[in-house]
Design a protein around this ligand. Structure first.
Ligand code: OGA
Ligand code: ZN
Ligand code: ZN
Length: 374
């Protein structure tokens, strides 16, 4: 693609052959020089010291041509940009847009079902599954071999297991000696896992190996959807859950993990990124007295909204199903079951979405290249 260029005081105005245009600041252009003295030629990482570039740096000469943009800087350094590379990084829109989550409620009907063997053997199937998990925050993978260890094998096929104080993989069974209410036959209220870490694992895989008991239906709720509704309907409750820090704790004889954080955590751009909800591990409030009543009011409002049937997907995991959730977004729970009616055994493992999105990016890039070649 060709381009034309005009020089302004602090920017270059670039117009591409497809009619799109963008300004690029002189310092941005110098900082992103692609030459081998500025950017490592094989690793693609920056060698240039950004801090050493004069803020008022300006080109001595610029030229646009059929292939791209050439700049000669006042100290004689030469920079050359490929037009397609610059086009993909123009300031205006696309490149910086992130995929928006697809918010859902009970009308979604199902968390989305995928086939284990297809994901393990077909990159397109894995791409479809990971894209759904990213966008909807949940998915169920069916036809997984119903034997212990498969959850780790599956996780390793995608990326890496995040090891936690429960171990790399941990068993969920009715076990009265356990330290975790998940390991009882009682109802498990809606929660996210391991809120006691300052960075809870962002992805959870729950593999159902045996499910012969009566009861124990699974429930999923899109916490980001419900939080968005809370923000619209009761901004002050939303604000309280976003600012009052509470403490969650997990422990046993050999481990003690705790984190103090608001239940709704936002990134630097104000987007909700990390929802914590764990009635079973929330410690007694240790907050200024005038925040106690507002906190309980906000907590109850949010918890009741999460419990509304209109927000819940309810289904039964069968042996061989693996439930995958975005643990900073989607809450899970289960109804009580009768352990005398039959056995129930699940295995849990955790991952990080950074690694999952990395796998998805590579699969998407490869699919694009294959399409271009075809
Ligand atoms: C868990 C959990 C749900 C279930 O182990 O974290 O929530 O269905 N289990 O047993
Ligand atoms: Zn350079
Ligand atoms: Zn859980």
């Amino acid at each position: 693609m060709s381009l034309t260029v005009a020089q302004n005081e602090t920017t270059l105005a670039v117009t591409f052959a497809d009619g799109t245009a963008s300004a690029f600041h002189h310092i941005w252009l110098r900082d992103n020089c692609r030459c081998s003295a500025c950017l490592h030629p094989t690793m693609g990482e920056r060698i240039l010291d950004t801090a050493a570039i004069p803020l008022d740096i300006a080109p001595a000469a610029v030229a646009g041509d059929a292939m791209g943009l050439s700049i000669t800087w006042s100290d004689g350094h030469e920079t050359r940009f490929d037009a397609d590379w610059l086009h993909a990084r123009r300031y205006d829109d696309g490149p910086r847009a992130r995929p928006e989550p697809v918010l859902w409620d009970s009308s979604a009907g199902s968390p989305g079902r995928f086939d284990h063997d297809s994901i393990m053997t077909d990159p397109d199937a894995m791409r479809g599954f990971l894209g759904h998990w990213r966008d909807h925050g949940c998915a169920v993978v069916g036809n997984t071999p119903a034997v212990p260890g498969e959850v780790e094998r599956f996780a390793n096929r995608i990326a890496y297991v995040r090891e936690v104080n429960f171990g790399r993989v941990h068993d969920v069974l009715d076990d009265p000696s356990s330290y975790n209410v998940a390991s009882t036959a009682g109802a498990l209220k809606l929660h996210t896992d391991l809120t006691s870490y300052s960075w809870p694992p962002s992805a959870q895989l729950l593999h159902c190996i045996v499910h012969d008991a009566t009861g124990a239906d699974s429930i999923l709720v899109d916490g980001w959807q419900v939080a968005a509704r809370l923000k619209a309907e009761d901004p002050s409750a939303y604000e309280t859950l976003s600012h009052v820090a509470v403490t969650f704790r997990h422990y046993d004889d050999n481990n003690h993990v705790s984190a103090r954080a608001p239940m709704l955590l936002h990134d630097g751009e104000g987007r909700l990124t990390l929802l914590r909800m764990s009635p079973q591990t929330l410690l007694p409030l240790d907050i200024p007295p005038d925040e106690v009543e507002p906190f309980y009011r906000a907590y109850q409002k949010f918890a009741r909204m999460l419990q509304e049937p209109a927000n819940q997907l309810k289904f039964r995991l069968r042996a061989g199903d693996m439930m995958c959730v975005h643990n900073h977004r989607v809450l899970h729970g289960r109804t009580a079951y009768d352990p005398s009616s039959g056995a129930r055994h699940l295995q849990d493992a955790y991952m990080e979405f950074d690694d999952i999105l990395g796998r998805l990016k590579i699969l998407e890039d490869r699919a694009r290249t294959a399409r271009d070649v075809a």
